[in-house]
Every structure is written in C-alpha cells, then in structure tokens.
Design a protein around this ligand. Structure first.
Ligand SMILES: CC(C)(COP(=O)(O)OP(=O)(O)OC[C@H]1O[C@@H](n2cnc3c(N)ncnc32)[C@H](O)[C@@H]1OP(=O)(O)O)[C@@H](O)C(=O)NCCC(=O)NCCS
Length: 204
C-alpha cells in the first residue's frame, strides 16, 4: 500500500481543500497527449499492459495476481480515491487506442504530499523517454495537483528508475520498507523533492 513521505508537512485547511479539488477535477490532457483517467472500459487493456513482468515486476503497489477482475477492482478503487481527492490513475493510450503506460498518483492532501508509480509498455522502454516523461510528471504534481512534497520509492535493483529520479534532482534518503497489497514487505530505495527545490532547479 502506498505510504506517505518520511518528511511530514502539515497543510492548512485551505491548501488541503485546494489539493483535493485539483485531484477530483484534474484534466488528464494537462499531463500529456493521449492521457485519460482510467475507467472500467480500460480493464482489459490495462491488464494486457500489466501482465508483462517487464512492466509490472518492479512495482510494489499493484493488485496481485494481475487478472482482469483484480485490475477492474483496482480501477474502481482509484476512482473512489479520486472522488475523495486522494489519488488518480491516468493511462496513456497509443494512436491505436491500446494502453501504452500508466501513472498512479497517490496524494495525501493534509500533508501536501504525493507519490507516483508508473510504467511504460515494454516496447516503449529503454528509448530515452523515461527522464523527460518523469520530469513532466513531477512538475505536473507540483504545479497542477499543487503539492509541496513528492516521495518516491524504487526496488533496490531498479537502475533505470534510480537514474531517472536522481537526474531530476531528487534527494536520496536511504531505504524504506514498503508493504505490498498481500502484506509482504519490500525494501526500497527512497527519495524526496520539495516544490521549492524543484522550482529552483527547473525555473531558474
Ligand atoms: C522505469 C521506466 C519508466 C523508465 O523509462 P525508460 O523509457 O525505460 O527509461 P530510459 O530509456 O529513459 O532510461 C532511463 C535511464 O536508465 C538507463 N538505462 C536503460 N536501461 C538500462 C540498463 N539495462 N541498465 C542500466 N541503465 C539503463 C538509460 O541510459 C537512462 O539513463 P540516462 O538518462 O542517464 O542515459 C521504464 O523502464 C519502465 O516502465 N520500467 C518498468 C516499470 C518500472 O520500473 N517503473 C518504475 C517503478 S519506480
């Protein structure tokens, strides 16, 4: 299950309400072309994406086993989270309408904090799009969702993710244990970035 960042921020009631509203009403196209909010109709396509261990293997907070029924339950749970302003599941569709990637944003509005987990389809991995895509998502979380802190985890051996995260300027904060939906624990690398640091790095 997604865990909020190690660093604890406290949002004012106004900030918390603004983040919840941003999450509830977000336009997925502001994240990029071909982006849609996941709905029940995407369960077969998202299952096809996630069935590939090259896509889902490194990710701790996916429903397991990956079956269409479990993916449909997860999509419904993400919709419930979005209605509460606490998360959103955004898919990227290729020109044929197939699911080519996903981004799951978990948001803690009372802590002005968020996390992202995601993956791209295996045939689109390793083409140098990871860095720019991740940077766009991080900026979007700060600017569109309005959070002040992002915490990220990656499996200890996920070299590509670590490169992408550190290239974006996230600060390594050692390791942490994350809990999979089945209750088992995975040790992970852990990073954080504040909005202030992001703005200094990307706008000046
Ligand atoms: C993680 C992921 C989104 C990265 O996207 P990508 O398009 O594959 O990434 P890139 O091709 O831009 O590669 C990212 C970096 O890793 C490097 N890299 C790629 N393959 C590598 C390998 N096998 N070993 C070491 N480094 C590698 C690239 O050179 C690049 O580093 P650079 O920018 O310094 O050159 C994608 O690989 C993916 O979906 N993986 C499966 C799911 C996953 O791990 N999600 C993240 C969970 S935290």
């Amino acid at each position: 299950m997604s865990a909020p960042p190690k660093t604890v921020l406290t949002a004012s009631p106004q900030e918390e309400a603004a983040i919840r509203e941003a999450v509830r009403t977000v336009d997925p196209l502001t994240l990029g072309e071909g982006r849609v909010i996941a709905g029940a109709q995407h369960a077969p396509g998202l299952t096809r994406l996630l069935e590939d261990p090259a896509v889902s293997g490194p990710i701790y907070d996916l429903p397991r086993p990956i079956t269409e029924a479990n993916v449909a339950i997860w999509i419904a749970e993400c919709a419930r989270q979005q209605a509460a302003g606490e998360g959103v599941l955004i898919l990227s569709l290729d020109p044929q309408g197939e699911v080519a990637g996903y981004s799951k944003f978990s948001v803690w509005p009372d802590r002005s904090s968020a996390e992202i987990a995601g993956a791209t389809r295996a045939d689109l991995q390793g083409r140098g799009q990871g860095g720019p895509g991740a940077a766009r998502s991080f900026g979007w979380m700060f600017e569109v969702l309005g959070v002040r802190l992002i915490g990220l985890t990656a499996a200890l051996d996920n070299v590509r993710s670590a490169k992408v995260i550190e290239a974006a300027g996230f600060v390594s904060m050692g390791e942490r244990e994350v809990v999979r939906p089945d209750g088992t624990v995975r040790r992970s690398l852990y990073w954080e970035m504040t909005r202030e640091a992001w703005e200094l790095r990307h706008r000046l």
